[in-house]
Write a protein of this length. Sequence first.
Length: 310
Amino acid sequence: MATAPFLARTSADRAMDKSEARVELGRRLFFDPILSSDGTVSCASCHKPEHAFADTVALSAGVGGALGARNTPTVMNASGRTSLFWDGRAETLEEQAIFPIENPVEMNLPVAEAIARLQASDEYVALFRQAYDGAPAPRTLGRALAAFQKTLDTFDTPYDRWNHGDESAMPDAARRGRALFVGKAKCAECHSGEDFTSDRFRNIGLYDGNALADRGRGAVTGNPADDGQFKIPSLRNVALTPPYMHNGMFATLREVIEYYNEPDRVVPHPLGRDATMVAPLQLTAAEIDDIEAFLVALSDDRFDKAEVRR
């Protein structure tokens, strides 16, 4: 009988159906401006798929053109993170997903109103019921958005292929750059592991209490010793996500590397800068070229093939 295969499905099959339904629901919500007060801004307005789910400006515009306070980070390779946002104020993706919806300069919509809108949509009511066996709710809204973001991990780069034995996957410059990355340039002291982040917070000298007055982690913990500390981001797809740093002050990867090479030249009087950055790295121009080549090799090939589905 035609129904036999459905009658024979296992609990694992049904669980897979739920997982797929949750990802699809999260994807729909991520691209839907229904979650903003004026219906013009979605998560994808700032986390642009074609730019590795980051933005192309220093500060992104929310509803009414209001500007955020910090640069939009990528949401790719976020499933393994132990804290979210530049200041680490969220501990899980599920928790993080709600913050931009309620933020007055982002989507500016109380979560209760967002839920009311979703509950008024027959389509979303059906999708939530399929995914979570119930009506839209704050908890399942966060879980659905997180489920989609957890599918955005990426391990298909020239570096990954080289790391798995394909010696031709990275050019000579990128291989020299990797040696510098883990050696002379000391990048790997913070950008370690498969995602090139230690998931810690560091003050790299972009805080002086004056022109650079964002306290970062210190504003969350209330501890002055944490002032100027920001989350160490993953470097996967970093070549696709300019501008850089929490405030977007560097337009190119080369500017970032040159800053680490001579930080005093850019910020002469920082407060609380990490001790590992006291001595100049003394990188040559050629070595900076090589490190940049290595960072470019951390870009996922799929972005060249426009395979990100809206």
